[in-house]
Design a protein around this ligand. Structure first.
Ligand code: ZN
Length: 53
């Protein structure tokens, strides 16, 4: 499940070192349309949004 950082609202994978204090979210925000919209290196192993659940 993705985690939303409560500091800057960035989205991270569960267990990311950068997320700090975050909140699990069941769905990605509408603004996120492709994997490139997720800036953190923790997404580098993921090829497409379809793999995120
Ligand atoms: Zn991250």
């Amino acid at each position: 499940m993705p985690i939303m950082s409560s500091d800057d609202f960035s989205i991270h994978r569960d267990g990311c070192d950068e997320v700090g204090d975050g909140m699990p979210i069941s769905d990605l925000p509408d603004e996120v349309e492709s994997i490139e919209d997720l800036d953190c290196p923790c997404w580098s192993e993921i090829d497409s949004l379809a793999e995120i659940s």
